[in-house]
Design a protein. Structure first.
Length: 357
C-alpha cells in the first residue's frame, strides 16, 4: 500500500512512519505543517528510503491537500495531525478548533473528492483512519471516590463527555468522521488511544518534562495531589496497533487502544526519579525536587481503556509493560539530550502552561 500519514513529523505520527518503513514493504507520504511539535529529525532514520516522501503542508489548506492526493495517489489515509496538549488548549483554544475540527473537515472533503476519481477496486480498498484520544470520554470514577471504580473502563460504546478545549475539539473531529461515513459512505475507521509515552516526545508532556527538569535539578511539577490516573501506552506499541487497524480494521468500526498500565501521575514521577537515580546518580536522589503545583482547570481524574475489542478482532496486544517501556524511554532521553535542546530552542522552555489565569 501507499499510506498518507498526516502529522507524520509529530510524536505518534513519526513512530507510525518509522514502523511502516522499518517493518513493511509499504510506501509512506508524510504530510506535516511542522509546527513547534513537529520535527523531521523524528523520521530521519527512515527518510532516506525510496518508499518515503515528505510534503510540507497544512491540512486546512484544501488546494494543497487536493494536490498532494492527486500527486501521490494513496491507498489509505492515517490522520494524526492535531494540536494535542491540553494545557495549550486552555491558554489558546483557537488553534485547536482550527486544526482539529476545520482541518479534519477539510481532509474529509478532499478525500471524498479524491475517491470519486478512483476505479471501483481501489475505491473499495481505500480506508480513512482517524486517530483520536480517550480524553473524548471525559473521566471515570476514581478509586478515592468509589470502591467499585476498578470496574469502569472506556469502551467503544462509552458516551462522549469532553472536559477541555482539546478533548472537545477531538470529539468534534470524531463526530465529523462518523458523519461523513454515514452521509457520504466514506470508509472511515476511528481509534481512541490512552496516554502515549516514548522517544521523540516534545518536552511539554509529563514524562519528558520530568526527565529534563530532573537532569537540570529544576523543580518537578506535579498537578494537585498527583492522584490523577492514566493508562500508559508505549508509542511503538501504539504504532503497531494503528498499522494493524488500517490493514485489518472494518470501515465504520471504532477500536480502543490501551496499554493496560494504570498509574497515578505521582507514581509515574516517582518511577522516573528512581530510574534516574539508578542511571544518572545525584546526591540525595531526585524525589526532593518534586513540587506540587495548582491543578489544571477541569483536570480529568482517571482514564482507563478496555482494549478487548482490538485484541479479540484484530489480534493486537501491547508488547511493553510500563516497566520496560519507561526504562527504554529514560534511556532514549539520556542519549538524545541535544535533540531535546534543539526542539525547545525558541519555542518552549518548559514553563507552566494551562494555568487558566
Amino acid at each position: 500500500m501507499k499510506l498518507l500519514v498526516t502529522g507524520g513529523a509529530g510524536f505518534i505520527g513519526s513512530a507510525v512512519i518509522r514502523h511502516i518503513i522499518g517493518n513493511t514493504a509499504d510506501e509512506v507520504v508524510n504530510v506535516d505543517k511542522l509546527t513547534y511539535a513537529g520535527n523531521l529529525e523524528s523520521v530521519a532514520e527512515v527518510s532516506h528510503s525510496g518508499r518515503y516522501a515528505f510534503e510540507h503542508a497544512d491540512i486546512c489548506d484544501r488546494p494543497e491537500i487536493d494536490r498532494i492526493l492527486a500527486r501521490h495517489q494513496p491507498d489509505a489515509i492515517m490522520h494524526l495531525a492535531a494540536e494535542s496538549h491540553v494545557d495549550r488548549s486552555i491558554d489558546g483554544p483557537a488553534d485547536f478548533i482550527e486544526t482539529n475540527i476545520v482541518g479534519t473537515y477539510t481532509l474529509l472533503e478532499a478525500t471524498r473528492a479524491y475517491m470519486q476519481n478512483l476505479d471501483e477496486n481501489r475505491r473499495n480498498r481505500f480506508r480513512f483512519h482517524h486517530i483520536s484520544t480517550d480524553e473524548v470520554f471525559g473521566d471515570l470514577p476514581h478509586p478515592g471516590d468509589t470502591p467499585d471504580a476498578d470496574q469502569y473502563r472506556f469502551t467503544e460504546r462509552t458516551a462522549y463527555r469532553p472536559s477541555s478545549p482539546y478533548s472537545a475539539s477531538k470529539a468534534s473531529a470524531d463526530h465529523l468522521v462518523r458523519a461523513w461515513r454515514r452521509t457520504y459512505g466514506l470508509p472511515t475507521i476511528v481509534t481512541n488511544c490512552s496516554n502515549n509515552y516514548g522517544p521523540y516526545h516534545f518536552p511539554e508532556k509529563l514524562i519528558p518534562l520530568i526527565i529534563l527538569n530532573a537532569l537540570e535539578e529544576k523543580p518537578l511539577p506535579v498537578y494537585g495531589k498527583g492522584d490523577q490516573i492514566r493508562d500508559w501506552l508505549y508509542v511503538e506499541d501504539h504504532a503497531r496497533a494503528l498499522y494493524r487497524v488500517v490493514n485489518k480494521g472494518e470501515p465504520g468500526e471504532t477500536y480502543n487502544i490501551g496499554g493496560h498500565n494504570e498509574k497515578t501521575n505521582a507514581e509515574v514521577v516517582h518511577t522516573l526519579c528512581d530510574l534516574l537515580a539508578e542511571l544518572c546518580p545525584r546526591l540525595g536522589g531526585y524525589k526532593n525536587l518534586i513540587t506540587h503545583v495548582p491543578d489544571r482547570p477541569g483536570h480529568d481524574r482517571r482514564y482507563a481503556i478496555d482494549a478487548g475489542k482490538i485484541q479479540r478482532e484484530l489480534g493486537w496486544t501491547p508488547e511493553e509493560t510500563f516497566e520496560t517501556g519507561i526504562r527504554k524511554t529514560v534511556l532514549w532521553y539520556l542519549d538524545n539530550l541535544e535533540w531535546c535542546q534543539r526542539v525547545q530552542d525558541g519555542t518552549y522552555q518548559r514553563e507552566r502552561l494551562g494555568a487558566g489565569i
